[in-house]
Design a protein around this ligand. Structure first.
Ligand code: AVI
Length: 303
């Protein structure tokens, strides 16, 4: 079973790791929602402000009447702030959670009756098949939330290459990218006083227990998050309080006292650094929008 193999490989690696996708069962998604409303967690609030404030300018630069594709669209929340301004020929939200995606798309369609919405349940790795009449309409990819920050730079470059392939020679990309800043601001954002991020991190163990029948005891672990200044990334780990053995699949995994399981990277970029990365994928930086604190950016790239 692929999932047992994937998680098992991480638990047997040195250092141990768990893929951040395991944060997101139903409870984890609720916790993430709570994170986005925390005082300390500036990214969502700041990006929302930028989308509201600059929607018309973004549409002027990125172009109206395009086919708008959103990988990992989920609840399609942020695109609402751009749809009127962009007036796309068609909006194509893409997500692997089929039921959730189709519900969100149906709701959106009832609010934006004049914009055709064509949800696709996929992981964005395969090529996108659209109605033939849209073949010649330039494509625009929308990738908000600094989700790109959760990829290593190599994975990010691979994703951007895929975007470049998807949009062809006439297309563009609007992307939300979190910026490098005072490490205190970053450390606070991932170590909130209410402990929501800690609960979110620990929930990956409960989720893995449910999926695989493992017997992780979340109380035996502590949330650790810090900004690694050298690599310009937040690292989240789960640190074992004591030496313990966890039953996983047909093995017993030993986790030493103080040993950490890596659960997430969240890379922070400079505008120049991200433009360079995108250039390796054949994307050209055209415009960006940032808040007064220079905390977060929306960036537009063309093919
Ligand atoms: C989803 N992603 C952009 C979030 C981030 O900030 O890297 C996930 C997150 N992890 C802890 N808090 C939020």
């Amino acid at each position: 079973m692929a999932i047992l193999q994937e998680i098992g490989a991480g638990l047997n690696a040195r250092p141990k790791y768990i893929n951040p996708k395991y944060f997101y069962d139903e409870y984890g998604s609720q916790l993430f929602d709570e994170i986005t409303r925390l005082d300390e967690y500036y990214p969502t609030r700041t990006e929302t402000f930028l989308l509201e404030r600059f929607a018309d300018d973004i549409a002027r630069v990125a172009g109206r009447g395009r086919v708008l594709l959103e990988p990992g669209a989920g609840s399609c929340a942020k695109v609402r702030l751009l749809l009127r301004a962009l007036a796309p020929a068609c909006y194509v939200p893409i997500d692997i959670s089929r039921d959730y995606l189709f519900d969100a798309a149906r709701q959106l369609q009832s609010e934006f009756t004049d914009i055709p919405i064509h949800p696709i349940a996929d992981d964005m790795k395969s090529s996108i098949q659209l109605p033939a009449k849209l073949d010649r309409v330039p494509r625009l990819v929308f990738y908000p939330g600094s989700t790109i920050g959760n990829y290593t730079p190599e994975q990010a470059a691979e994703f951007l290459r895929h975007v470049r392939q998807t949009i062809g020679d006439e297309g563009g990309l609007i992307i939300g990218v979190d910026l490098q800043k005072d490490p205190d601001v970053l450390n606070r954002a991932y170590n909130d006083a209410a402990g929501i991020t800690a609960a979110f991190n620990l929930n990956s163990l409960t989720h893995i227990n449910t999926l695989t029948g493992a017997d992780f005891d979340p109380e035996g672990f502590r949330h650790v998050a810090f900004y690694n200044e050298q690599d310009c990334r937040i690292e989240m780990h789960l640190e074992s309080e004591s030496e313990q053995q966890v039953a996983f699949a047909d093995q017993l995994v030993t986790i030493g006292a103080g040993e950490r399981i890596l659960t997430e990277y969240s890379y922070k970029y400079t505008l120049e650094g991200f433009a360079q990365l995108a250039a390796t994928a054949g994307l050209t930086a055209k415009e960006h929008w940032i808040d007064d604190n220079s905390y977060f950016s929306l960036q537009y790239f063309s093919a």
